[in-house]
Design a protein. Structure first.
Length: 211
């Protein structure tokens, strides 16, 4: 498991981890100020500037908006860090996003998410507020499957009665890169949303049955 930790200016804890291609970002609110919404206009301005730079292939402008902990996942499930993305900025699958549906929502003063949809194509951009301004923390592309779902592969979900054991990871198929935002509620953590992109280049996982 790979995990990255950082703290936002308002004292929020930001954590990102990778477990079987799973990435989770969580922000822990502290104090009344943490409940304030993100600067909507500033986030939209930064996002529009980034989309324009990416559509024009303006690598220098786009790179200035990348966070140090940037995780960029394309529609094939390949994930890259800031250094690789800044060196050769990938071409976004939605281009300048003309005609696409775009929605933006703040999660406290230091975090905002922009979700874009056009047909079966979806893009997620998570922005984090840093001392120098808003920076792109996560970029993820998702293409919805066309046609019927593939046949199920054997898994470790078979259960003998009484069960002899509980498998730690009853999963089959290709791994996925998953990005989630968790929000601290009055009583428990709640998942705001989840994006999942299949890692197409990976081999299918067929876990062995427990002995």
């Amino acid at each position: 498991m790979k995990k990255l930790l950082s703290r936002t200016p308002s004292g929020r804890l930001v954590c990102a981890g990778v477990v079987f291609a799973l990435a989770t970002i969580c922000f822990l609110p502290t104090g009344a100020a943490a409940a304030a919404p993100a600067d909507d206009a500033a986030v939209k301005d930064a996002d529009h500037a980034l989309v324009a730079a990416l559509a024009k292939g303006d690598k220098a402008t786009a790179a200035k908006m990348f966070d140090a902990q940037l995780a960029w996942t394309n529609s094939a499930g390949e994930t890259f860090g800031r250094a690789k993305v800044a060196a050769a900025v990938p071409k976004p699958m939605l281009g300048d996003e003309s005609g696409a549906q775009v929605g933006e929502k703040g999660y406290g003063p230091d975090l905002a998410a922009v979700q874009v949809a056009s047909g079966k194509m979806h893009v997620l951009r998570i922005w984090a507020k840093r001392p120098a301004g808003w920076r792109l923390l996560v970029y993820q592309e998702v293409t919805q499957r066309s046609g019927p779902a593939p046949a199920a592969l054997p898994t470790t979900n078979d259960c003998e009665n009484p069960c002899k054991g509980v498998p730690s990871n009853p999963y089959a198929g290709k791994p996925n890169h998953i990005t989630r935002i968790w929000v601290k509620g009055p009583e428990t953590w709640q998942m705001a949303f989840s994006y999942q992109t299949t890692v197409q280049s990976a081999s299918a996982i067929v876990p062995a049955k427990p002995s």
